[in-house]
Design a binder for this molecule. Structure first.
Ligand code: RP5
Length: 172
């Protein structure tokens, strides 16, 4: 991607930040990373608890845009305040992933993330929907990157073809 600052041999600078409240969220959040991998979008992964690491979490949110991050994916479970808190300290788009925990089937996480006050948006995906969070971050970047947009359109066509093939198999 042309806007990625790179020097010979250096890893490309991250364009997406994947943050989560605990390493225990990673089994869910990993799907966001895999989606970004599919589109060769560079990303970084951070554990940033809104309750246990308040100062680090605020610093990350305040500095992300200046470091070249274009979108933040934030996942948390239970009293899931991380996505909303990051959205309050960064101008970047924040995509929230409600992580389901042992109790309440993730409804607590969903409602904690989705019910933001006016003026502080979090684009919330479904409970456990980290793959869609990754794909949404790709779309955010693709709006300004024709090559990435072409790959997203190709991916969407492949989804259509897969659905059509399933229909053909059912009818056969
Ligand atoms: C939340 O508390 C985290 O996002 C995680 O989903 C949940 C439990 O964290 P651990 O006790 O597993 O570290 O803040």
């Amino acid at each position: 991607m042309s806007e990625t600052p790179q020097s010979a041999g250096a890893a490309p600078a991250a364009l997406v930040g994947i943050a989560m409240g605990s390493d225990s969220d990673w089994p869910v959040m990993e799907a966001a990373a895999r989606a970004l991998d599919e589109f060769a979008v560079p990303y970084e992964v951070e554990v940033l608890s809104a309750h246990r690491m308040v100062h680090e979490m605020v610093a990350y949110g305040e500095q992300a845009a200046d470091r070249g991050i274009k979108a933040v994916i934030a996942g948390a479970g239970g009293a899931a305040h991380l996505p909303g808190m990051l959205a309050s300290v960064t101008p970047l788009p924040v995509i929230g992933v409600p992580v389901p925990l042992k109790y309440l089937d993730g409804m607590d996480s969903l409602l904690s993330i989705v019910q933001m006050p006016a003026g502080v948006p979090v684009a919330t995906v479904s409970i456990g929907g980290a793959r869609n969070a990754g794909l949404l971050a790709v779309r955010v970047l693709a709006a300004y990157d024709p090559e990435l947009r072409a790959r997203m359109e190709e991916f969407q066509s492949s989804l259509t073809e897969q659905a059509q093939e399933k229909g053909r198999r059912l009818r056969a």
